[in-house]
Design a protein around this ligand. Sequence first.
Ligand SMILES: Cc1cc2nc3c(=O)[nH]c(=O)nc-3n(C[C@H](O)[C@H](O)[C@H](O)COP(=O)(O)OP(=O)(O)OC[C@H]3O[C@@H](n4cnc5c(N)ncnc54)[C@H](O)[C@@H]3O)c2cc1C
Length: 461
Amino acid sequence: MSTSIENILNELKKVLKEDQVSINLTVRELHSKDESYHETCLPDIVVFPKNTNEVSEIMKLANHYQIPVVPFGRGSSLEGHIIPYDNGITIDFSLMDKILEVRENDLLVKVQPGVTRSQLNKELKKYGLFFSVDPGADATLGGMAATNASGTTTVKYGVMRDQVRDLEVVLADGTFIHTGNLAAKSASGFHLNGLFVGSEGTLGCFTELTLRVYGIPEFTTAARAVFPSVQSAVEAVTSILQTGIPIARVELVDEESIRQVNRFSETNYVESPTLFLEFDGNEAGLKQDVEFTKEIMEDHGCVDIQFETDNTARTKLWDARHNLAYAYIHGNVGKKMMVTDVCVPISELADAVVYARNELSSIGLIGGLTGHVGDGNFHAILMIDMTDAAEVAKAESFNEKIVHYALERNGTCTGEHGVGIGKQKYQALEHGAALQVMEKIKIALDPNNILNPQKILNIES
Ligand SMILES: Cc1cc2nc3c(=O)[nH]c(=O)nc-3n(C[C@H](O)[C@H](O)[C@H](O)COP(=O)(O)OP(=O)(O)OC[C@H]3O[C@@H](n4cnc5c(N)ncnc54)[C@H](O)[C@@H]3O)c2cc1C
C-alpha cells in the first residue's frame, strides 16, 4: 500500500465509521468489474457513505491527496464505467438508499442515489404512480442518471435526462450544488441537469435526485407480433411512429434471441423476428390505436399477432424481454457478453439492422439482435470466449463496423449504455471540436482529474 493510500485510509477512518471503510479483498474484487468483457482492476479502498456530508468529506480528502475516486451504483454498466483503472477509492452508494419524498401533486420524487428502479416503483405503486425508465438490470437511480439510461418505455416517456428535475452533486473539491429546481420548466442559467446527467461519475457524485413520475395508466395492452424478417419488423415500427400512434413500448427481438428467451424464460414463442409492443392510456383511445397498429403491421407482412391484456401474461412478456441478456449469459457459461448499442435516425434503422444482422451471421459467433427500435436504438449481443484471441478480434471488429455505420449516418456510438472505457476511442470521431469543449469543462470542474479518470475523455493527470 502506497504512503498516500495509507494516509487517506487513516483520514477516512476519522470521518466514517469502521464498517463504512473497507480494504477487504473480496469487497475490492466486487468493485473491480462491471457486467462487461472489459479487463478488471482493483480499487485500493471501498467506502460506503450514508449522507451528502460524508461524500463531501471523502471528496475533500481525495482531492487533497489527489487520489482517484469512482462512484459506484450497482455495477451493472456495460462499458467498464466503474472499473478503477487508476485504483484509488470506490464510493459505493448502496447505503444511500432512501426514498426521501413523494410529491404526489407535483408528480415528483426525491431519492438518494442508491435507490434502485424496482425499489422506487414498489413504493410509487402505493400512490398510483410509476417511474418510467427501465434498463434491463435493476440499476440504481444514481447510476442511471450518470449514464443517461433508457429502456423499453423511452419511445413514449423519454430517457433519464428527461426525468431529472434536480440533482444534488458533490464536486471534486467537496463543495455541493443543486443543478435544477422543482419547476416544470426554467429558462434560468446554463442547463446543468443536462450536463451532469450522462457524465458517468467524471464531473461529480450525485447525492440526491429529484425525478419526474407518472400516473399508472388506466389500461394497458401488450402484444407479440411475428414477422418473416427483421427488416419487415423494423419497417413496420417506422410506419407506426410516422403515423404518430403513441406507442408505449416497441422492442425488436430477433430469431436467435427468441430462442434464448424460450430456453431461459420457459416460454413457447414462435422462433421468428418478433416485436414486443405495449399501448397504454384510456380504454377507448387505446382500442383505436391497437386496431390501427395491427393494420400497419399486417401491411408489412406480420404473420401472427397475439395480445396479452391480463397482468400475468403481460408481466411474463416483459420479464422475458428484460431477462434477455441474462438468457444469453446463462445459456453460454464461460463466455463474456459484448453488447453494441448504437442509435441511428429512425429512417436509417431498417437498413442498419439488416446490415448488423448480415455482419453478425458472417462472423459465426453466438449472438443476436434486439433493441428499443422505437428510438432507433438496437443491440447486438455477442457471447465471446475471452481466452480465444481470434474470437475477441472478430467481435471487436464487428462492434467497430456497427459503430462506424451509425456514425456515418449521423447516429451515435452509444444510445444508452454510455462511453466508459469501451466507446472512448470513438469520441473524437463523433464529437469533433466539441470534444475539446467537454475536456475544458472536465478540467474546470475537476482540475486534479480525480473523478473516474480515463472514462469518456482521455485527460492526462
Ligand atoms: C442485463 C443488462 C441489461 C441492461 N439494459 C440496459 C438498458 O436497457 N438501458 C440502459 O440504459 N442500460 C442498460 N444496461 C446498462 C446499465 O444497467 C445501466 O448503464 C445503468 O444505468 C447502470 O446503473 P448502475 O446503478 O449499475 O451504475 P454503475 O454501473 O454502478 O455505474 C455506472 C456509471 O455511473 C456512475 N455513477 C454511479 N453512481 C453514481 C452517483 N451516485 N453519482 C455519480 N456517478 C455515479 C459510475 O461512476 C459509472 O460511471 C443493462 C445492463 C445489463 C447488465
